[in-house]
Design a binder for this molecule. Structure first.
Ligand SMILES: NC(=O)c1ccc[n+]([C@@H]2O[C@H](COP(=O)([O-])OP(=O)(O)OC[C@H]3O[C@@H](n4cnc5c(N)ncnc54)[C@H](O)[C@@H]3O)[C@@H](O)[C@H]2O)c1
Length: 471
């Protein structure tokens, strides 16, 4: 009891000191100096497709100083104008993307068209010698998987990055190292969901516009142009599972149906999928369009997230959305019980990481720290004190750690950096293709009501050319 009192008195003193240190550092921090990069250091880029995602990226690209927009293209004049207004630096504009690709000053292009147009545009862009950032999913059809791999190999010096931004999140990267270092024990199960209430809160992207299938603005809700929920939502989360488990699935089973949004669309409005990975690992997945509840983070967030479950711990994680930064909470499993000693007294095994915080237990989450709280060894006295203080306050639940930077900004800056240094992107062509294969085969599993093996994608491989006849 006396000891408890001591701890809480020490805690109080520490808290008082910590708060003072954090406050002092906030006051003393120098004003941020905006870095301005020389124009010739910047990668000159064009964008093809300035609709919803394209404009969102342009809004972010405005603040990324190692790239500069020189050209925009869209077949829709209104969307093109919106793109021009968003980037605000008067780029050249085109209706035909091939004209944009013919521009010598364009070094790199963003492909932000509907899914069914990704492959033809990416192919032409690679053949025109451009670096390419193509939004997920990289490709739409099975034969495009093999064709794009062959093209990417032919154009090995050009960067080809997929828009899977979770790969660029500090929190997701931290969780990946926790998994690899065994901090969560054996990770066998991941559960992921992306639930939306499109009935009470219709999303303009998923709402049927006049013209049905003949209107390209409806591309998301027709199978001739889209992979539906699986392509638009699941793709991000199956990529997380592939990354955490370190491989692609062996097979997928699932159930998809169209039960509520019966407005002429032919994509499912709810899907449930089970992916079996090698070594007995599984991803269970759900996406519904009639409810947005998320039972993670004490139900403090809605819609989407992943739970990564190991024998020694669990992580709840989400990348969030605008105004809701990525967040990751770690829960430890109760310590491993060891054999009873001779005296019949049960001992508890030491659990790695258990000493990181004073409190904790199965039901108490430990927020994952942001990169700015890592000790680099070269901090001055005040900085070090502030980091200690913030870490300690975080461990007590007084402050919540949220990722400092939107991973979309990181993926964009990283793309330009890779265009310059030639390094392979984190979300490279193989990551993008594995993700596309998962989407294609998941839809096939639901359509055909059967277990689909991932090696079935090889059926779409072009036959090897016949050996030349002798003689
Ligand atoms: N990474 C993410 O989190 C994320 C989020 C949203 C969308 N996306 C992806 O971005 C892509 C675009 O989605 P969106 O929501 O912006 O769709 P959208 O319909 O809002 O925009 C697509 C734009 O492409 C234009 N377009 C179509 N064909 C074209 C062509 N041949 N040449 C030039 N322009 C053409 C359309 O006119 C439209 O303006 C999709 O693949 C989607 O999956 C990714």
């Amino acid at each position: 009891m006396a000891q408890d009192k001591d701890v809480s008195r020490r805690d109080l003193l520490k808290a008082a000191g910590a708060v003072t240190a954090v406050a002092a550092a906030t006051v003393q921090r120098a004003p941020a100096i905006q870095k301005v990069r020389a124009a010739n250091d910047q990668v000159q880029f064009g964008m093809i497709g300035t609709g919803s995602r394209g404009s969102y990226l342009l809004k972010h690209l405005k603040g990324i100083d190692n790239g500069r927009c020189v050209a925009l293209c869209d077949i829709n004049a209104e969307n093109l104008k919106h793109g021009v207004d968003t980037i605000g630096n008067n780029p050249k504009t085109f209706k035909d993307y091939r004209e944009l690709l013919a521009q010598k000053d364009v070094e790199a292009v963003f492909v932000t068209t509907p899914l069914f147009v990704h492959f033809p545009v990416t192919k032409d862009a690679l053949q025109a010698g451009k670096h390419v950032f193509c939004e997920k999913c990289l490709v739409f059809k099975p034969d495009e998987v093999h064709a794009l791999r062959a093209l990417a190999n032919e154009h090995g010096k050009q960067i080809l990055q997929t828009g899977l931004q979770r790969r660029y999140s500090y929190f997701y990267q931290t969780v990946k190292s926790m998994v690899d270092k065994g901090i969560l024990g054996d990770v066998h199960h991941i559960h992921a969901q992306w639930h939306r209430n499109m009935v009470n809160k219709p999303s303009s992207l998923w709402t049927m516009k006049p013209g049905g299938e003949s209107n390209i603005a409806n591309w998301r809700v027709y199978r001739s142009m889209s992979g539906g929920l699986t392509a638009e939502l699941t793709s991000h989360q199956v990529d997380v599972a592939d990354w955490m488990f370190g491989s692609s699935p062996e097979f997928v089973m699932g159930l998809g149906s169209l039960d509520t949004l019966k407005d002429g669309r032919d994509v499912y409005d709810n899907i449930q999928l089970i992916y079996k990975y090698p070594k007995g690992q599984k991803l269970t997945y759900s996406s519904v369009s009639t409810n947005s509840f998320l039972p993670y983070f004490n139900a403090g967030r809605a819609e989407m997230g992943e739970i990564i479950m190991g024998t020694d711990g669990t992580v709840e994680i989400t990348v969030g959305a605008d105004g809701q930064p990525p967040i990751a909470w770690w829960y430890r499993e109760p310590p491993k019980a060891v054999a009873e000693s001779k005296a019949g007294e049960k001992k508890k095994a030491f659990v790695a990481g258990a000493t990181m915080v004073a409190s904790g237990g199965a039901a108490t989450p430990i927020p994952i720290m942001t990169a700015d709280l890592d000790f680099k060894g070269n901090e001055g006295f005040i900085d070090k004190e502030v980091k200690f203080a913030k870490r300690w306050l975080t461990s007590k639940g007084v402050i919540i750690q949220e990722e400092q930077r939107n991973p979309v900004d990181t993926e964009l800056e990283s793309f330009f950096q890779n265009c310059r240094d030639g390094k392979r992107p984190r979300a490279d062509v193989e990551v993008g293709l594995a993700d596309s294969v998962a989407v294609i085969l998941s839809n096939q599993a639901m359509d055909e009501g059967r277990k689909v093996y991932f090696n079935e994608i090889d059926k779409a491989k072009p036959a090897a050319p016949a050996a030349p006849k002798k003689g």
